[in-house]
Design a binder for this molecule. Structure first.
Ligand code: DLL
Length: 422
């Protein structure tokens, strides 16, 4: 669609969406009233900056139903991120929302050359996580033979991949790298016929792209999305592999200065903000993603007119993505404090053999100092279990001697991220 037409479509959808949320969601109405803006003030996309921002804290305040724009009886599904209730995002979908979301994922598959003749192996997690259900739906829409593998069980993944001749692989980039290594180690590499991979949900570098491409003999494409906006498929790479086209007929993108909240011109680095203009149940107006990136409006040689976003270059909050799971350091702190441990801890994240590691060093409280090695090992195991329950992933917990974690004169350095992903 030519850009002028797209802009007109976005304007029309935005105006309708703003009116709809104002009329049906008291939470939005109050926020707009507080900013002194009514739906009459929004006549087109140029009026977008008048609207208030929405952030994760709004989602928390309004949890679970406060941002619903349709009656619950019209909703057919929820999806959710990892995390505790407070941090957890629960998104609602009508059947129409699911159809549009799957369309977005289908576009991503078509963009990597997918057709109904392809065999598409989906090894993102199924269930609450959006990765599996989103790509699964997209693959059906394209008409690919879909292998709904979900994550894990590498041996079985490789068996289906080779026996059924998978041609498209959808998973996190770190799992793709792990699959590649396992295929090489088990001598199955020559039986793999993948042509494309659709990898996202976490940050990955160009080096990692080259490594996966070389090892699996495919072209590796990036895909971006977040639960709040439906899931994967908000943006995806085309044959150019140079930035991800944003599905702008569904999502209007802005980049802002995260501190001043001023809207920045295309080409400048800032925090990505999205307005979902077609979602029914869980609309999201000017949602602050906390992802830092750059938008690029230059025409793309693939012919798509949608602008492109760079790979996320970091976050404007402290969220970590570890093995595809969203983790806030405060969740780890909560586990420690609930279990009577001191707040003297340090989190180290690294990537070893393309897989994320999470280590938590905690100083032994003085009352445990007299305990035996057995007691300490038991305490560590208990903390590992409590963290798994809170975060959904396994951390290695090490009880260390009191005062062995360096004290800082300013802010405590709680997190050391050695992954160099950005
Ligand atoms: O990760 C949705 C998704 C599933 C995207 C499968 C792609 C593929 P959440 O769990 O809500 O949703 O996490 C969203 O993950 O704000 C980014 O910080 C990060 N993220 C997602 N895609 C990418 C990517 C899914 N391609 C958060 N590169 C987002 C870097 C990404 N970070």
């Amino acid at each position: 669609m030519p850009r002028e037409e797209l802009r007109a479509l976005q304007s029309e959808r935005l105006v309708r969406q703003v009116r709809r949320v104002y009329d049906s969601v008291p939470y939005y109405r109050d926020k707009m009233n507080a900013k002194g803006v009514t739906p009459d003030d929004v006549r087109g996309i140029e009026d977008l900056p008048k609207l208030p921002f929405l952030s994760k804290s709004d989602l928390r305040d309004a949890y679970p139903y406060g941002l619903l724009a349709r009656p619950l009886s019209e909703c057919v599904r929820i999806q959710s991120t990892s995390g505790t209730t407070g941090r957890r995002v629960v998104a609602f979908y009508t059947q129409h929302d699911i159809d549009l979301w799957e369309d977005c994922c289908a576009r991503a598959i078509v963009a990597v050359g997918g057709t109904k003749d392809d065999v598409c192996q989906v090894c993102y997690g199924y269930g609450l996580f959006t990765g599996g259900p989103g790509l699964n739906g997209g693959s059906h829409k394209v008409g690919c033979l879909t292998l709904p593998m979900s994550s894990g069980n590498t041996e079985r993944q490789l068996m289906f991949m080779t026996d059924l001749g998978a041609t498209i692989l959808c998973c996190t980039p770190s799992y793709a790298a792990y699959l590649a290594e396992s295929a090489i180690e088990t001598g199955m590499r020559d039986k793999i016929h993948l042509k494309a991979g659709i990898f996202g949900a976490e940050a990955w570098t160009e080096e990692m792209r080259r490594d996966i491409q070389d090892k699996l003999g495919l072209k590796a494409y990036d895909i971006y999305g977040l639960t709040e906006l439906s899931g994967p498929g908000v943006a995806f790479e085309c044959s150019e592999q140079r930035g991800m086209h944003i599905n702008e007929d569904h999502f209007i993108a802005e980049v802002i200065d995260p501190v001043t909240e001023e809207v920045l011109p295309y080409g400048q680095k800032g925090e990505l903000v999205f307005t979902a203009i077609t979602k029914e149940a869980f609309p999201m107006i000017r949602y602050r993603t906390r992802d830092i990136c750059v938008l690029n409006a230059e025409p793309c040689s693939c012919g798509r007119t949608h602008i492109r976003m760079s790979k996320p270059m970091g976050r404007s909050d402290d969220m970590l993505i570890i093995r595809g799971v969203n983790v806030f350091p405060s969740q780890i702190e909560t586990v420690l404090l609930n279990r009577g441990m001191p707040a003297n801890y340090q989190i180290t994240v690294d990537r070893v053999n393309n897989s994320d590691t999470l280590d938590v060093d905690v100083e032994i409280p003085p009352e445990l100092m007299s305990d035996t090695v057995n007691d300490i090992t038991r305490k560590e195991a208990e903390l590992v279990e409590a963290m798994r329950a809170m975060l959904g992933i396994t951390a290695r917990v090490h009880l260390v001697a009191p005062k062995s974690i360096a004290r800082s004169e300013g802010k405590a350095v709680r997190v050391i991220d050695k992954r160099k992903l950005y």
